[in-house]
Write a protein that binds this ligand. Structure first.
Ligand code: HEC
Length: 200
């Protein structure tokens, strides 16, 4: 009798060990799929405080960016924001016409955090670029729980999308080397005072 019980017990224990082994093997197997995301983080040159390390300057990115690309990026924002005129506030305020408005007070009646409503300044291309790089660095204590957009071109494009919903102040001029291509586009806005604006 005892022998049979021991045998049965042995089988149960044995199959438990086999199951554990399979689990270890399979979890190792699934670990292998991770690096996909890790590679992505490097591509965005995270934390590039100044952002001016290598890539084109903001003016150039804005001149070569597109509203359509920005609309795709804005999909990351729609969980909390609308951008259309008269759009509802969500977790975040409606963003129609936010460029050119004072920081943290554009939607009357929205419960901004003191970090943002007390920040001061206005949303222009540079402040918006800094905010979208890292909301927490721009206004420590903000309740916009969004990590930020690490790619400068994503920020430029999403700002162009915001501009297409309610306008914006004049854009920064592209740095000199790229100026030839974009001088015509800039001239059209009539705000070329500070730009070198070569004739050709
Ligand atoms: C998880 C929700 C959430 C997401 C996602 C989010 N936001 Fe926000 N956003 C907020 C909240 C909340 C505030 C108000 C912050 C405060 O008061 O501190 C805010 C504020 C802002 C403001 C300032 C508005 C003003 O009136 O001054 C801008 C501009 C903005 N968000 C743009 C964006 C953009 C662009 C994206 C996408 C790239 C985005 N947000 C993604 C929640 C979000």
């Amino acid at each position: 009798m005892n022998d049979r019980k021991n045998t049965a017990f042995g089988w149960i224990l044995g199959s438990g060990i086999v199951a554990l082994g399979l689990w270890i093997i399979s979890s190792n197997y699934f670990d292998e799929e991770r690096p996909e995301e890790m590679g992505y983080a490097i591509a965005g040159a995270e934390e590039a405080g100044g952002g001016e390390t290598a890539g084109p300057d903001l003016g150039t990115l804005l001149a070569s960016g597109s509203v359509e690309a920005g609309e795709k990026i804005f999909a990351k924002c729609t969980a909390c924001h609308t951008a259309n005129q008269g759009g509802a506030n969500g977790i975040g305020p409606n963003l129609f016409g936010v460029l050119g408005k004072p920081v943290g007070s554009h939607v009357a009646g929205f419960a901004y955090s003191p970090a943002l409503s007390g920040h001061g300044g206005e949303w222009n291309w540079e402040t918006m670029d800094a905010w979208l790089t890292s909301p927490k660095k721009f206004a420590s204590g903000t309740k916009m729980s969004f990590a930020g957009l690490s790619k400068p071109e994503d920020r430029a494009n999403v700002m162009l999308y915001l501009e297409s919903n309610g306008g914006a102040p004049a854009k920064p001029a592209p740095a000199a080397p790229a100026a030839e291509e974009t001088a015509a586009a800039d001239g059209a806005t009539g705000e070329a005072e500070a730009a070198p604006a070569p004739a050709e």
